[in-house]
Design a protein around this ligand. Sequence first.
Ligand SMILES: [Zn+2]
Ligand SMILES: [Zn+2]
Length: 316
Amino acid sequence: MMAGMNRRSFMQMGLTAGAAAMAPRWMMAQAAKAADPVGQMRAAGASTPIKTTKLYDNLYLLQGAGGNMAAQIGPDGKLLIDSSFATAVPKIREALAALSNDPASTLINTHWHIDHTDGNEGMHAAGFTIYAHQMTRERLATPQTMKMMGFSLPAAPAGALPMLTFDRSMHLWHNGDSLNLEHFDPAHTDTDIYIHFHKADVLHVGDIWFNGMYPFIDEGTGGTIGGMIEADKKALAIAGPGTKIIPGHGPLGTKAQLQQFHDMLAAVHDKVAALKSAGASEQEVVAKKPTAAFDATWAKGMMNGDAFTGIVYRTI
Ligand SMILES: [Zn+2]
Ligand SMILES: [Zn+2]
């Protein structure tokens, strides 16, 4: 049970009209029914079409259920970022087949969460070699509990585990582009990386950015509000004014939009930190509504102001 909020209110979150327009479908499905959240998410993976958007000559954004994906094509083979839910794999393969006849090559995971890695086993079986931060492999290889989300996950099957892992950073030259993969210090989880396509000027930052909504921060696997703010600062330092930035959730974004998100996180952090350091309990801080000035703009995803305040309080 979360302090300051009961489980029922968490599950009822995000069911306003605004939320319906903004929230990824799996999140909505999960909020609507608590009985089998993983089954609900996977059902969304099976039914949600994948939308393909061209970002550069050989680079595309793929959006369906789960986290935002990217696909690069070319003679070195197809490179995919994140794999959504296992049930979405047939749709992902169709979307990739529609882009080119290049063979399967590389799948990169931005972090360990199920909405970004559940399709790993299926994509690996289709010929993709999986790359990720070493902690992504460690977390996938062992059972995990998402306390706030209300579910546990068994260890992933062997075919789902990344085969090439790194600690701080690595570099890939692939299909004529130069890619930097670098670990963020613990932020949304302790497994987060970014992938920067230099030539295409595209930056996939995973779930350190929920574009246009309060983020979920996974305090159970190393996430903190301070780490999120630092990770967003790092991404802002890498991005140029024209960089296309792929958030983990929400629409494709710009550096200016990422800056707004960062500034909102920093403002909420400072308000909650001041109350906490003055001795207020989590329930007292939530009752003071420190996000009130931000809710109209940002309480559009899975998190309302109270839930977000609770995470911020607990991770300061
Ligand atoms: Zn996600
Ligand atoms: Zn995530």
